[in-house]
Ligand binder design. Sequence first.
Ligand SMILES: [Fe+2]
Length: 256
Amino acid sequence: MIDFHNHVLPGLDDGSKTMEQTISMLNHAISQGITDVICTVHYQHPKMDGIEINLKIVNDSLQKVQKQIGEKINLHSGAEVFYLPNLLEIRRDPLTVFGHGKYMLIEFQTHQLPPNYDEELYKLVMSGTTPIIAHPERYKPIQDDINIIEKLIHSGCLMQIDAGSLIGHFGTNCKNTVIKLLKRNMVHFMGSDSHNDGKRNFCLESAVNICEKLIGDLTEKLVYDNPQKLLDGENIIPWEVLEEEPKSFIKKLFSR
Ligand SMILES: [Fe+2]
């Protein structure tokens, strides 16, 4: 399995604090059958204000960790970009993109989506970079209306869910939303979004077990095929979004 989205590199953001913690997290990942970890350091996130980050800093850190952990797991560099209306400018920074400029992982604040964000994302699509929305199930506006995601997929975006959302780490609304997204074929990647060796550690294994019950063999696309294509800079064609299941007569009666 390939874990796409985590904060495992030590001391670069609000993730792992020390090399010791990083190694402990990676050993936990290995025990779950994770062979590759795409490290996604926070980029221009307000809570990282004033901390310098660039590809060299990330690669230097990554190489130190790789040397310590050995060949049991492969690390890849990358970033989780905090949405600001500057995506077209920052895509020139190689840290912000995957697959030679083909993909960018973008997160939003959880309580509201910023004005004109959809137009900015579309401009990015038109420039040749596919936006991948990080953990859409954790955003309140999406929990209220998942059809926002359908529109974003139709305009060329892809979706990455957090494994923890499926396990229930972020509450019932989040879990229900992620289940709806999966059932409607609106998910393309799953990542641990791990931050430490405690409650927010790598957790793909248990999430994959739940996911397989919901979408069967498609699960493999989320944790292997698609992240591999992203690393190789290959096209990822999203599968067709399914219509919302019609409510049963009983459900309709009680939702009035
Ligand atoms: Fe993250």
